[in-house]
Design a protein around this ligand. Structure first.
Ligand code: FEO
Length: 169
């Protein structure tokens, strides 16, 4: 049985994951408006992935006899100064999510809740990948500068990302 405090904390994380999806969808729409369809597709794929993170947490709460209580999703930003700025904001957001996952692990360990700790380790690993993949895109934008040709090349590369749902529990 999930403790009340862990149930509350994971419900908060579910909200953050759904907000992440909403934020990346907003970034996807920004890139659509900028005619960067590859970057838009990358962000829309990321938005789908974030929903699978929320689902993973929801399934865990249900399996442990807890109750999922969905909360209001905050309004995300809708425009950024440049593609580089949008991905930099994405990296900042992922760092915030990583810190939030770390806090959950710390609470689980403080309460000797090893089931939650074990479950959360998947997200610890996932956050390493999330931060690395966004950092890689930022690096590409930095190298390409603001030239049309460079942007086009990166956009094509970003458009090749495909959505792979995580393995079922
Ligand atoms: Fe679900 Fe991008 O963290």
């Amino acid at each position: 049985m999930l403790s009340e405090s862990m149930e509350t904390a994971i419900n908060g994380q579910i909200n953050k994951e759904i907000f992440s999806s909403y934020l990346y969808m907003a970034m996807g729409m920004y890139f659509e408006a900028e005619d960067l369809s590859g970057a838009a597709s990358w962000m829309r794929t990321q938005a789908l992935e974030e929903m699978t993170h929320a689902e993973k947490f929801m399934n865990f709460v249900n399996e442990r006899g807890g109750r999922v209580t969905l909360q209001a999703i905050a309004k995300p930003a809708f425009a950024w100064d440049s593609p580089h700025a949008a991905f930099t904001a994405a990296l900042e957001h992922e760092r915030f999510i990583s810190a939030s996952i770390n806090d959950l692990v710390a609470s689980a360990r403080k309460d000797n809740d090893y089931m939650s700790d074990n479950f959360l380790q998947w997200f610890v690993g996932e956050q390493v990948e999330e931060e690395a993949s966004v950092s890689e895109v930022i690096r590409m934008f930095k190298l390409a500068g603001t030239s049309g040709g460079g942007l086009l090349m990166i956009d094509r590369e970003l458009g090749s990302r495909v959505f792979t749902p995580p393995a079922a529990e």
